[in-house]
Structure formats: C-alpha cells, structure tokens
Design a protein around this ligand. Structure first.
Ligand SMILES: *Cc1c(COP(=O)(O)O)cnc(C)c1O
Length: 473
C-alpha cells in the first residue's frame, strides 16, 4: 500500500504554532493548486517506511554476493563519525578558515588515496564511479589537447569491460575500440597490438577484471599503449581485491577512479550518495577539477583545470566515511581486507565448483563467474532461475548475465566481511537449487515464491516503467 493510500484528510504529523508575525502573501511563488501530499500521523509514517525497509533485501538482512558491487558490511563507526555536528552542520559556502577540520579530512583522504593507489594527486569531487570515469577521460583528453595532439580519437576497452567504461568514453566524444579477451580471460596482447596507433587516446581497464581475474600481462599492456602515445585509465571498482598489495600506479596506469561506496565502505544500492574520487599521475594533475586537496606534485597549475564536475567539494559525508574506514583499518588492516576478500571468493568457488561450471577455471581474485549454459541446455534452468531461487533462501542473487562474454553468467563476490558459516550456507543453497534443477526444473521457472513480489517482467519494467502514481484511479 502506498503512503498516498493511507492518507486521511486533515490528519497531520506536525502542529504549527499560531502565526505571531504579520501575515505575508507569497503571490508570485504560489502554486496554482494544493500540493498533493499524503496526510498521515507521525507514527503511521514511521510504520510505513519501516515496513518498506523490511521488504527490501540489504547487506544488513543477509548475504549479498552481487559481483562487481562489493556489497560489504559498512562499519557503524563510519556513520557515527560522519554524523558528528562538526561535519554535518557546516555549509559549503563557509569561509575556509572556519572549516579547517573538514579540509583536513579531505587533505588526509587525498594523501591516503595517493599512497594506496600510487597516484600523485586526487580530486574528491565525482559523485560515483561512472562520474569518475567521465572525469578521468576528460583529463586524458585535456592532456592530448594541451600537446596539440588532436588526432587521438579512440579509447580501447576490453570486451569484458563494465558497461559504464565505453559509455563514459563515448560521452567524452571518443570512439570505442573493443579488444577481445584471450583463453585465460585476460587481454589478448596480439589483438591489442593490432588496434593501438597514432589515433589511440587511451585504454580503459580494470585489473582484476570483471571476470575476477588478475591480468598478469598488465605491465606489457600499459607499455604497449604508452609506446603508441596513449594513456591508461584504471577502473578502480575492483580495488577491494588488491588494496595494500599492489598499486595501479605501479602497473602503469596514468589515472583512475575509486568507488568509496564499494572499497571504502559506504552503504550503497538504491542510488544513494557515493563518491568516485579520481587520481592521476603528475603529468595530468594540473587538469584535475578544483579545488584539490592533499600534497600536490611540483609544477601543479590549477589554471589548466578542466573545471568543476560537481558543486563544492563533492559528497563530503561519504568522504568522511571513507577516511574513517581507512584510519580504523590502518595499513595492515587494508591489506588484510583485500586478502580475505580473495580468500573468501576462492573458498566459495571451491565449494560450488562441483555443482556449477566456472567460466574460467583458475584461482580467482575477489569474485568469480559461473557459466550455467550447460545446466540450461540440459535442464532448461537458466542463470536467472537460479539467481531468483536464491531469494527464497534469504540471499540476494549474484550479478546476472554480466560480463557479457560469458553465456548464462552468474558473478559472485562474497566480500571479506562474510563468515565461513555464511559461505558454507550459500554453497549449500546453491547445491540444493542445482538438485532441484535436475529433479524438477519446472519448479524453478517461477521462483522466487516466498518474497512479497514474485518474478517480475524485467523487460517490461525496463521498457515501460511506471514511475508515477496515478491519482485518477
Ligand atoms: C560499479 C562499477 C562501475 C561504476 O561505478 P558507479 O559508482 O556505480 O557509477 C564501473 N566499473 C566497474 C567494474 C564497477 O563494478
């Protein structure tokens, strides 16, 4: 039931005091008709939203192995720190002298991010990963333009890339060149050599890639692109697997984004606020959006900035959470989190391997991809059916049908915060579903059966979304 349907005329949550100043009529700003707001008591409003929150599955409800999204536990201490009045009650237009604590947060965070990634400078402005990609590609563009190198019109993207990579490059007016993966799931070096040239502006890549595999040829890959005069962009969404162990800056990348809301533990999903800081090497630092914080490389010149990509300082409270997370874990803790993320993924992989086929049968990093093509051929049960059935066991489905190069793909990322017991339970659930697929495949086609909403028509939901409440009914 929608909150509008619970509305009772005249009911209210607040009582305003009697007017004790002269009445003033706001004529020009006034609506033509009353705003259609639900009239509801405070208690009923609280119950309404609590009930809604129970209907959704989140990290706080249960296992959430949504590959690529790093749905790990977000320590509550981050929230406590971010909610501190000194952070929460400031205004972005306050004089800088009055918010020194906040600028110190951004200085420290920028410096830590440089240390963790091997970059020389960071902007904290971008609001999400995709926004960071756009910013980073704009830096690459500004770099080539500053050298009057105007023929570089192409960005190379592996065929396993996240969809946002080609989309971001396209938004910056570049043409996209796709390179195929080799049999081990990495970039095909020979194919890469064929596509690089004087028109190469850069390469966008994530390592470990979206198959959860670390590309051992990474130094060779970045060298090939550099030799052709291009720059290398690192999609940092998978940093959770390598932080504290290896650094994109040492792999030969020139710029990158991070997803604070994935790696550095800010709640995400449902489109909540995130942060996608962009870091770069010295050669690109002057192009960064301003203001920038932290130690800046020699020769930094803000006059060359590409301009702002977000108002003020970006999503500041998310940045506070990121710093709180980094400081509570410390240098060893950051590395430990990455190693346990990899250990947990390999443990789960070893448990489900007997029931499901791996897309690439090798040790994985923080996530792995199953291919259910054979199961579908033999039983008619698809990756979608298996994923939806998991909901009946109180687990969020893995990422489905991504990356696109794997048929009937299910991509699982358990994250480091899950216990061994949870991983064993997840493997047992997947085993039960596999047995059900073999014994009674038809019963899986309409799963989930125990959730409030059953199987939805996803194509219709995407093509004909109903986003507005129809008051005429
Ligand atoms: C999540 C993700 C992105 C995009 O990040 P958003 O914060 O969702 O915009 C880009 N690349 C990869 C590999 C991702 O997993």
């Amino acid at each position: 039931m929608l909150i509008f349907e619970k509305s009772v005329k005249g009911r209210a949550s607040i009582q305003l005091d009697k007017l004790d100043v002269p009445h003033y009529e706001l004529k020009a700003q006034k609506r033509n008709a009353q705003a259609r707001l639900p009239e509801i008591s405070e208690q009923d409003a609280v119950r309404h939203y609590t009930e809604l929150s129970r209907k959704a599955h989140g990290v706080d409800n249960g296992f959430y192995p949504l590959g690529s999204c790093t749905m790990k536990y977000n320590p509550r201490v981050n929230e406590v720190i971010a909610a501190d009045k000194a952070f929460a009650n400031i205004h972005p237009l306050q004089e800088e002298e009055t918010v020194k604590g906040c600028t110190q947060v951004m200085d420290e965070l920028s410096d830590y991010l440089c240390a963790i990634t091997g970059m020389d400078a960071f902007t904290l402005q971008p609001a999400a990963g995709a926004h960071g990609e756009f910013t980073g590609i704009m830096l690459i563009k500004a770099y080539h333009m500053s050298r009057n190198d105007t023929l570089r019109t192409k960005i190379i993207v592996p065929d396993s890339a996240h969809g946002t990579n080609p989309a971001s490059a396209h938004m910056c007016d570049f043409d996209i060149v796709s390179v195929p993966s080799n049999a081990q799931g990495g970039v095909d070096i020979e194919e890469l050599k064929k596509v690089v040239g004087p028109d190469t502006a850069g390469l966008m890549l994530t390592n470990p890639n979206t198959l959860g595999l670390f590309d051992k040829n990474i130094l060779k890959i970045t060298e090939i692109v550099h030799k052709a005069g291009g720059l290398c962009y690192y999609d940092g969404a998978n940093l959770n697997a390598i932080m504290g162990v290896v650094r994109p800056g040492d792999m030969g990348f020139d710029c990158m984004h991070l997803n604070i809301h994935k790696t550095f533990s800010t709640p995400h999903g449902g489109g909540g606020p995130g942060a996608g800081p962009v870091g770069c090497k010295k050669s690109l630092a002057s192009f960064l959006p301003t203001p920038v914080f932290g130690k800046l490389p020699q020769g930094y010149d803000p006059k060359k900035s590409i301009g702002k990509v977000k108002t003020f300082y970006g999503n500041f409270s998310v940045l506070v959470k990121g710093l709180a997370y980094i400081k509570t874990l410390g240098k060893e803790g950051i590395k430990d989190a990455a190693q346990k993320a990899v250990l947990n993924a390999n443990y789960l992989l070893s448990l489900v391997k007997k029931d499901y086929d791996l897309a690439y049968d090798r040790i994985c990093m923080h996530e792995f991809v199953l291919s259910l093509q054979k199961l579908k051929d033999e039983t008619g049960v698809s990756a979608m059916d298996v994923a939806k059935a998991m909901l009946d066991y109180g687990m969020h489905p893995p990422t489905m049908y991504f990356p696109l190069i794997v048929h009937e793909a299910l991509m699982l990322e358990p994250t480091e915060t899950e216990s061994r017991e949870t991983l064993i339970k997840a493997a047992q659930v997947l085993n039960t579903i596999k047995q059900q697929a073999v014994a009674d495949s038809a019963s899986l086609h309409d799963s989930p059966k125990t959730t409030i909403i059953g199987r939805v028509d996803e194509v219709r939901a995407a093509r004909q979304p109903v986003l507005k409440y129809d008051f005429s009914k």
